[in-house]
Design a protein around this ligand. Structure first.
Ligand code: IVH
Length: 712
């Protein structure tokens, strides 16, 4: 490639990657697979390696680039970064309205915008000529800290936004992308060439829980709550640490702009920001009177668990931003908006006892047994105590009054004791010396906070192991619920995960009939048949899923995929050394050691032998990406609609991709096949109209030369 076409390709790649990044991280609607995205990224990095002088701060490669710094520089904000006055309930909100109505007649006819008040960290983002050049914390509102390198790693933050064609940067063609269409500049509304926006960085609740689960399984300290974790992540001196945390953001304000115009209504502003590529809440609504705004706010008090992040209230804002500005502020609180706080979901109750749960990997986790108490409409009887160190650090004693918090869908947790009301009868807590499930001595490993039950035959661990083995992201055997598992273990029919494949119809019938059948709508025979079919179908699960299912400490879905691609079979993986394992992306010394340890254990080797014997032994053909390109479905595009007989949505995608095919969402002329299941959507009509071939799961399997005998 000559230099000028390489340059052209480079610019095109940057745009394409930004576009797909936005689809994935902001709109939650990816158009290409992760593998395709990785390919684009690899090509970009190849060009940058050859032309280091082309690399600009807006390149997608610069998200995790910077080296750790000694400390953060101070940044003076272009305008004060204000706070908000609080309203606790509807009357407070009405009083706010009355105050500002007296100050300005225009308030009488004013409209309001209601937005969620996200419990995260305020950040200030600067864009010059469409390029993200600086990001800062709020600090004291006048001066913040420069955390640009860390914010670059937050994928929801656009590194580039549109500029005015002909007015600003000539190089940019971002506004050609349909996604930015609503922000296409017009002579009347040029996009400012210096734009400073404000938003809230946070960790979504689901991501927070997954992060904690991973830490718990690795025997490391878990985090207390999403907000503190987000705050700590942003203030890391090493951006690589920030990059590893699931941070995201929502933008809601323009702090400052030069050389252009921005909408003067909050409602239009949100839309305009969205059009520029910023992530913006979709929960916001506009109202022409205060009472409707209050009513909407109150509906979210009871629905706050539906929000994917923690919100401590809603913000009611004047829609007219000029009016809001004219009203000025009191101290640090603008008069034009008010934070309508939800009642705090923190209460005190008595800690009756401390229980200990045994996890899949044998980690012992203490939990609080509480005097039942209502928090935000839910009766709470159990709360997590994180780990034994936490109990000691907070000096939590059995019998204490404790402060308990329930936020979003996060599992309730004990914040700490209320020592002022102690009677002297409270008992300090000592962690157990033996496993509460099997009675074997517990162990502690150097450098970890967790205590483990290392007895491989511990029944509590076995239940959790089987639960994990059959779960959706692993072998995906539906119908093997916890109660059936417990019964099968109790009856001695399941002693390890491989025994699942030896189950006979009568074994299952026995377990099914023994359990409480009040909730079952189906006859036991049907339940047994369905379960047997699901077990049989799961034998065809690809290697990454089996590897995930085995539950090796630190090996989740992502690293299982990498390991499967690198080693191809469990035999090869079992004989790999720690050094070889560490050559695989995402595998550090700890996980490598855990893998070697797992495959070295007699008990696990037996399980592997049994799996092999039962025909559960997937092997990956070839390595990594080349494998995909060479698969039987290479070069073909698939769209899936409706429910398939045996494959789940995820499963069919995996199946097609593992044979080199591509799966997209929309039917077009480029679609090779529409894979049709039961109850299809409108895609079928579109496929028929375009003359796209329609096939079922059975034919799909035939395309790759697989017979389809296991489902009829
Ligand atoms: S508006 C003049 N909108 O809440 C603008 N703030 O307790 C003042 N916050 O410091 C802020 N979500 O960090 C606004 N949709 C939202 C918000 C929001 C969260 C935070 C913000 C502010 C704090 C005030």
């Amino acid at each position: 490639m000559d230099t000028s076409s390489a340059r052209e390709r480079y610019e095109q790649l940057k745009q394409e990657i930004h576009f797909h990044n936005h689809r994935y991280h902001v709109l939650d609607a990816p158009l290409i697979s992760d593998a395709e995205f990785d390919r684009l990224m690899a090509e970009l990095k190849r060009i940058e390696a050859e032309h280091p002088d082309w690399v600009s701060p807006d390149s997608p490669s610069q998200r995790a680039g910077a080296a750790p710094s000694e400390k953060f520089e101070k940044v003076r904000h272009p305008r004060p970064i204000l706070s908000l006055a609080n309203a606790f309930g509807a009357d407070d909100a009405r009083a706010w309205y009355e105050r500002i109505r007296k100050l300005d007649d225009r308030v009488e006819k004013a409209a309001f915008v209601v937005e969620p008040k996200i419990d995260g960290l305020s950040v200030v983002l600067h864009y010059r000529d469409g390029v993200f050049v600086q990001g800062a914390t709020r600090g004291d509102g006048e001066i913040g800290e420069d955390i640009t390198a860390n914010l670059r790693t937050v994928k929801a933050i656009p590194l580039k936004i549109p500029v005015n064609q002909g007015l600003g940067n000539q190089n940019s063609r971002m506004s050609e992308l349909p996604l930015f269409a609503s922000a296409t500049p017009t002579p009347n509304h040029p996009i400012p060439n210096y734009l400073v926006v404000r938003g809230e960085v946070f960790i979504p609740i689901k991501e927070f829980e997954a992060l904690n689960q991973k830490l718990e399984e690795a025997g490391e300290k878990t985090y207390l709550n999403p907000r503190n974790t987000a705050a700590g992540s942003l203030r890391q001196l090493d951006p690589a640490i920030t990059a590893a945390r699931p941070l995201t953001l929502l933008v809601y304000q323009v702090v400052h702009f030069e050389g252009g115009n921005v909408p003067a209504s909050q409602w239009e502003l949100l839309d305009w920001l969205r059009g520029l590529g910023f992530p913006v809440t979709d929960v916001a609504r506009r109202f022409t009177d205060l009472e409707s705004a209050i009513a909407y706010t109150e509906t979210w008090d009871s629905r706050r668990d539906e929000l994917p992040y923690e919100a401590d209230g809603m913000v009611i804002k004047l829609d007219d931003l000029r009016l809001a500005k004219d009203l000025g502020y009191v101290g640090k609180d603008p008069r034009g908006a008010v934070a309508f706080k939800f009642p705090a979901r923190e209460v005190t109750t008595k800690l009756n006892a401390i229980g200990v749960a045994v996890g899949r990997t044998g980690v012992l986790t203490p939990y609080a047994v509480l005097e039942p108490v209502e928090i935000g409409g839910v009766v709470v009887e159990r709360a997590t105590l994180h780990n034994f160190d936490y109990i000691a650090e907070k000096d939590i004693r059995v019998g204490d009054r404790v402060l308990v918090k329930r936020a979003g869908e996060v599992i309730p947790y004990v914040i700490g004791p209320v020592p002022e009301v102690r009677t002297g009868a409270e008992q300090p807590y000592r962690p157990p010396a033996t496993c509460p499930a099997c009675g074997q001595p517990v162990e502690h490993f150097e450098g970890e906070v967790a205590w483990y039950c290392v007895n491989a035959a511990c029944p509590a661990q076995l239940v959790r192991n089987v639960e994990h083995f059959v779960s959706k992201g692993a072998m995906d055997i539906s119908g093997l619920g916890i109660r059936i598992v417990e019964k099968l273990i109790e009856a001695g029919l399941v002693g390890d995960v491989a025994d699942i494949f030896l189950l006979r119809r009568e074994d299952i019938l026995e377990a099914v009939t023994k359990k409480d059948r009040k909730t079952d709508k189906e006859p036991p025979g049907k339940i047994a048949d369905n379960l047997l079919a699901a077990i049989a179908a799961s034998k065809n699960q690809p290697l990454p899923r089996l590897l995930t299912a085995l539950g090796v400490r630190g090996v989740g879905e992502v690293s299982a995929r990498e390991l499967a691609a690198a080693f191809g079979s469990l035999d090869a993986l079992a004989s790999a050394s720690a050094e070889q394992l560490q050559m695989v992306e995402g595998i550090g010394p700890n996980i490598a050691a855990a893998i070697v340890d797992w495959f070295g254990r007699e008990q696990n080797r037996k399980v592997l032998e049994k799996l092999k014997h039962a025909g559960v032994w997937p092997v990956e053909q070839g390595n990594g990406k080349s494998r995909k390109e060479e698969g039987a479905l290479a070069g073909m595009n698939f769209v899936v609609t409706g429910t398939l007989p045996t494959l789940t949505r995820e499963g069919v995608k995996e199946f097609i991709e593992s044979h080199g095919g591509k799966v997209t969402d929309t039917v077009s002329r480029k679609t090779s096949y529409l894979v049709l299941g039961e109850a299809p959507g409108s895609k079928l009509q579109k496929a028929q109209a375009l003359g796209v071939k329609v096939i079922g799961e059975e034919e799909l399997r035939k395309l790759v030369g697989e017979s389809a005998t296991h489902f009829s």
